[in-house]
Design a binder for this molecule. Structure first.
Ligand code: SF4
Length: 480
C-alpha cells in the first residue's frame, strides 16, 4: 500500500467548528487509494450542488441538499476521520481543478457554494470562531454608533420582512463593495460607503473572503503543478489527477440488470418510449440510412448491450439494417467483428462499457456522424424539432433550450425526461443507460397504476352488475 507523505493530518478548529478554512495543505499521511476515493466523494457533492443550482433550486432547498449530500458522501465513523477526509479531498481536488481556467472557475464556484451552506449550518459560536480565524478586519459596531443607525437598520429589516434588531444585536461595519450580494439585493443599510451587516448576514462577508483566498490559491497551485508536481508525480499522482476531472461517477452499466433482457422485437417501441434523445437519434438514422459510422455504432451498440440486447440479437439487429445498404456478406466481413469486439468476444476480450453522458457530450462528431449529444451538438432549430417529436410542449421546450444555451446539457436532458414522462428525476441524468432504466421504472409504475385502476373499474362494473341482480350480501364478498 503506497502512502503520500509521512506526517499526520491536523484539523483546524476541532473544538468548535467542523468547517476548515483550507489555508494550507496539511502535513499528511494518506494512502493512495484514499487520495482518489476521498476526491471522488467530494466530487459527487460538488457535482450534485452544480446540478441543484442549474435546476434553479431555492436557497432553502440548497441548504437541505448540501446537508444531505455531506452526510451521504463525506461522513466517516469518527469526527477526526471526517475532518481529515474533508481536508484531504479539498486539496486533491484543488490539484485536479487548478489546471485550466474553466476547471478553476467551476471548482471555485462549487467550493464557495459548499462553504456557504456549511458555514450556515455551524453554531453561532463556531461561526464567530471562523470569523476570528479568517482575521476579518471588521469591528463590531459599538452601542453608541448602533443607536445612531438603529432606525435606518430597522427600516431595511422591515423591507426584507425581518424582525427589527434587538438591543444586543451584533452588527459589523464593512466597506460596501465587500458585500456585493447584500447590496445588490438591498438587504443592508449603507451609510458613507459602509454597509451595516447583521450577524445573521455575516455569511456573505465570510464567503467573499473565502472565495478571494481560494481563487488566489488555485493560481498558485497551478504554478506548482506545471513547474514541478506534474513531472515529479508522472508515474503516480498525475494520471489520477488528470483522470479525475473527467471521470464519470455513477454505475458503469456494462452488464444489463438481472431479469432485464430485451429482444429484437422490443427495440422499436423501446426506442420511442425509453431511449434518451442521443440514442433515439442514432436509432432513427440507422433505420433511415441503414448505416452508421464507427462513432455511432459504438455509442448505440454499447448502449443496447447495456440495456440487455445479447450478442446474437445484436448481430441480427445490425445485420438486418446494414445488409440493406452493403449486403449481408460485406456486413459479416467488415462489421460483425466490431460488434463481437464490443461484447468482449474478439481482440483483447475486454467487456466494453456503455458511454456516460460526459463521454458522449465531450465527443466531437464530424461530417456525416450522428453520434454525440443532441443537446450539445444539434443546432437550436434541429433540437427544437427533435424535442417536439418526443412530445415536449412549448413551455418545457423553452426551459430546456435555456439550459442548453447555458451549456447545462445534462440538466436539459433531465428536463426532457421530466417533460416526456410527467415525472421528476431528482438524481439528474448522468448516463444514457440510466435514462433508459429510470424511464422503464416510471412506465412500469404507470402501467401498474393503470392496471389497478382498470382492475378496480372492472370490479366496480362487476359489483354494479351483481348488485343489480343479486342480493347485497354477495357484493361484500369482493375483497378490495
Ligand atoms: S445528456 Fe446524456 S442521455 Fe441525454 S442526450 Fe446527452 S448524452 Fe444522451
Amino acid at each position: 500500500m503506497q502512502s503520500l507523505g509521512t506526517r499526520r493530518v491536523y484539523h483546524q478548529n476541532d473544538a468548535v467548528s467542523t468547517l476548515p478554512l483550507y489555508r494550507s495543505a496539511p502535513p499528511l499521511e494518506v494512502r493512495l487509494e484514499d487520495f482518489e476515493a476521498f476526491a471522488v466523494d467530494r466530487l459527487r457533492v460538488l457535482k450534485a450542488i452544480s446540478d441543484g443550482l442549474s435546476r434553479g433550486k431555492k436557497p432553502e432547498e440548497m441548504e437541505k441538499l448540501v446537508e444531505e449530500l455531506w452526510k451521504t458522501h463525506m461522513k466517516q465513523p469518527k469526527l477526526s476521520e471526517a475532518g481529515n477526509k474533508d481536508v484531504i479531498s479539498h486539496f486533491v481536488l484543488r490539484l485536479v481543478y487548478c489546471r485550466t481556467e474553466d476547471l478553476r472557475k467551476w471548482f471555485l464556484s462549487m467550493e464557495t457554494m459548499l462553504f456557504r451552506y456549511r458555514f450556515k449550518l455551524q453554531s453561532p459560536e463556531a461561526q464567530r470562531a471562523l470569523m476570528a480565524d479568517l482575521d476579518l478586519p471588521y469591528k463590531a459596531v459599538n452601542t453608541a454608533e448602533f443607536e445612531s443607525v438603529k432606525d435606518k437598520v430597522s427600516q431595511v429589516a422591515r423591507s426584507i420582512v425581518q424582525p427589527p434588531p434587538t438591543e444586543d444585536a451584533k452588527f459589523y461595519k464593512v466597506p460596501f463593495e465587500e458585500v456585493p450580494e447584500l447590496v445588490a439585493s438591498r438587504r443592508v443599510y449603507i451609510h458613507q460607503g459602509n454597509a451595516y451587516v447583521a450577524m445573521n448576514q455575516v455569511v456573505s462577508l465570510v464567503v467573499t473572503q473565502f472565495r478571494s483566498f481560494l481563487s488566489k490559491a488555485l493560481i498558485l497551485t497551478n504554478r506548482k503543478w506545471t513547474s514541478s508536481i506534474k513531472e515529479q508525480e508522472k508515474d503516480r499522482l498525475t494520471p489520477i489527477v488528470e483522470e479525475l476531472s473527467t471521470s464519470y461517477l455513477g454505475p458503469d452499466y456494462s452488464q444489463p440488470r438481472e431479469s432485464a433482457e430485451i429482444s429484437l422485437k422490443d427495440i422499436d417501441h423501446l426506442a420511442k418510449s425509453s431511449f434518451p434523445l442521443c440514442m433515439r437519434h442514432l436509432y432513427e438514422k440507422l433505420k433511415e440510412d441503414h448505416h452508421l459510422k464507427h462513432g455511432g455504432r459504438m455509442q448505440l451498440g454499447l448502449f443496447l448491450k447495456g440495456v440487455g440486447l445479447n450478442l446474437d440479437d445484436a448481430l441480427a439487429f445490425w445485420r438486418a439494417e446494414f445488409s440493406q445498404k452493403v449486403g449481408a456478406e460485406r456486413f459479416d466481413k467488415e462489421y460483425a467483428y466490431n460488434i463481437r469486439h464490443n461484447y468482449g468476444r474478439e481482440g483483447k476480450r475486454t467487456d466494453y462499457t456503455p458511454f456516460s453522458c460526459q463521454k458522449v457530450i465531450s465527443s466531437t462528431p464530424g461530417v456525416g456522424d450522428h453520434h454525440g449529444c443532441p443537446f450539445r451538438h444539434f443546432s437550436e432549430e434541429n433540437l427544437r424539432a427533435a424535442l417536439g417529436r418526443m412530445g415536449v410542449g412549448n413551455r418545457g421546450m423553452d426551459d430546456i433550450i435555456d439550459k442548453v444555451r447555458n451549456r447545462h446539457y445534462q440538466v436539459a436532458c433531465t428536463l426532457t425526461f421530466e417533460a416526456v414522462h410527467g415525472s421528476t428525476c431528482d438524481a439528474g441524468i448522468n448516463h444514457p443507460n440510466q435514462y433508459f432504466i429510470d424511464s422503464q421504472k416510471v412506465l412500469q409504475s404507470k402501467l401498474l397504476e393503470y392496471m389497478s385502476i382498470k382492475d378496480a373499474e372492472e370490479t366496480i362494473i362487476l359489483l354494479a352488475n351483481i348488485s343489480n341482480c343479486e342480493p347485497a350480501h354477495h357484493v361484500k364478498q369482493k375483497n378490495f
